[in-house]
Write a protein that binds this ligand. Sequence first.
Ligand code: ZN
Length: 315
Amino acid sequence: MPELPEVETVRRRLLTCLPGLVVRDVVVNDPLVSAQSEAELRALLAGRRIAGLRRRGKYLIVDLGAVEGAPGGAPGPGGGPTTAVIHLRMTGQLLFRPAPADRPPRFIWRLDPRTDLAFRDVRRFGRLWAFDPSAEHEFFARMGPEPFGDAFSVAYLRRALEGRRAPLKSFLLDQRRIAGVGNIYADEALFRARLHPLRAAGSVGSREARRLREALLETLQAGIDHEGSSVESFVDPAGQRGSFQEILSVYQRTGEPCRVCGETVRRLEVGGRGTHYCPVCQPRRGGMVRGSRRLRGSPVPPRGGKPPDGAPPRG
Ligand SMILES: [Zn+2]
């Protein structure tokens, strides 16, 4: 599933070819791709020049200027600037000048000079939105800070972790706490930080929080440097695969030796998500959460002998 490094890779690639092009038409082949109709999307996108591309968490943002020649560039569907947002979700691929394929893309932006930006998405969870730029703040209102932004400080992370009973793995996946982290980079960052995925988020001390922040930034940066992970279907807009999957430490390496200590990489489920870790490099410490079916029957009591939420132990 595309996470921050994959979406950033898509953004950087599209930056080399999209800005300056005009959206001539919008074709929606799969109405489930947007809550808006093809006609609404056309009204908000067609005739507008692509001005820039940004990213927020796992969302790609396309800035489009007012319809050229429109009276005063009136706002909204009348011809003003538009913000388009695309979420790739599981298998979305944005392809510039796509090669012909059997299955039609879920949507196509026909561009001027003549070329296409096509959205292919086998699992069909990806989404497209288009709205007046004034609505952007509200759209992202609940999203946590960008990992590479100033707001994602050690102090912020400590505050966000404080008192949380959720396992660290689930904490990292929560887009309200940190934007852009998904399953691959969460597992890899926890390995790099030497923190067990089932540690209660609130049990993480200040030195560990600092380590976790650094590990997250290093892991995400490595993902960007390798142009994303093509563990499954990820490709960039030119159809090229990333290479971060070649240097994964734990993610989907169950049963293989840890690259650091040689111990066998294990897998468990945390919050329904497959989670990969090294039991030696990421030892159990105080404040563990029992979040896995596999651990049932062999619970490790957290520090103080009480579950972190103070609730009676579950059978
Ligand atoms: Zn290890």
